[in-house]
Design a protein around this ligand. Structure first.
Ligand code: SAM
Length: 226
């Protein structure tokens, strides 16, 4: 399989559909080989526009959702970004590709330690030059990552019942948080802006379906609480 051709085809499709809008997101999608972020037996589907299992009951998000979230985050070169939900590391690599151009940095936190290790290995294979621009942490990201706060941008790639208060606190004035909020089964992607005076403005983006954010400010580990 010619992964480079597949990647170009996917980017072309996402651009034609108006999902990839900016040059910087297009360049990041073309630069980061998604085949390194899926398990060996899934590589054939690396460029299908759908989520794929990555083990531990978790998924790598569909490319269109990564594109929508990256565009909505409005990530800029030089930004200091927090990602909650490292998973495969693909979204972190896309973000680091953009922020590193201006000397920015991505902090990414994952609750499953084995996934943190897999993500580091994936990025080491796919884009080793980005490792200097990404800090990995294992823990409950629903509490944010206080020691590295504040952040210009925060992206949560798991579904929260409500917007976690620590994330609002750890966002810089003028900063933006992108987060799926709703039930365990379906959510709306919310775009949360903190104004320069510290006020909060929330806009609904697209409907979406994410695995749950499990933690102190997310869902409890019990299944079936609505
Ligand atoms: N961004 C990932 C990627 O590019 O592959 C996809 C993330 S996957 C949809 C959601 C991830 O959030 C899972 O790996 C899950 O373990 C993680 N997660 C859930 N609750 C979390 C929490 N409280 N803190 C950190 N990570 C969490």
């Amino acid at each position: 399989m010619n992964f480079e051709e597949e990647r170009k085809r996917l980017v072309y499709a996402l651009k034609s559909e108006g999902i990839i809008k900016s040059r910087k997101v297009e360049e990041a999608f073309l630069a980061i080989p998604r085949e390194h972020f899926v398990p060996e037996h899934m590589k054939l589907y690396a460029y299908a526009d759908s989520p794929l299992p990555i083990g531990f009951g978790q998924t790598i998000s569909a490319p269109h959702m990564v594109a929508i979230m990256t565009e909505e985050l409005d990530v800029q070169p030089g930004d200091i970004v927090l990602e909650v939900g490292t998973g495969s590391g693909y979204q972190a690599a896309i973000l680091a590709y953009i922020t590193s151009k201006g000397g920015g940095h991505v902090y990414t936190i994952e609750k499953i330690g084995s996934l943190t290790k897999i993500a580091i290995n994936n990025i080491a294979k796919a884009a080793p030059q980005l490792l200097d621009f990404i800090t990995f942490a294992t823990g409950d990201g629903s509490k944010g990552l206080e020691i590295f706060a504040p952040f210009d941008k925060i992206i949560v790639t798991a579904a929260a019942p409500t917007i976690p208060e620590p994330l609002l606190r750890q966002l810089k004035p003028g900063g933006r948080l992108v987060i799926p909020v709703g039930s365990r089964w379906e959510q709306i992607l919310q775009i949360v802006d903190k104004t320069s005076s510290g006020g909060i403005r929330i806009r609904d983006s697209v409907p979406c379906v994410f695995v749950p954010l499990v933690g102190e400010y997310g869902w409890s580990n019990y299944v079936y609480d609505y």
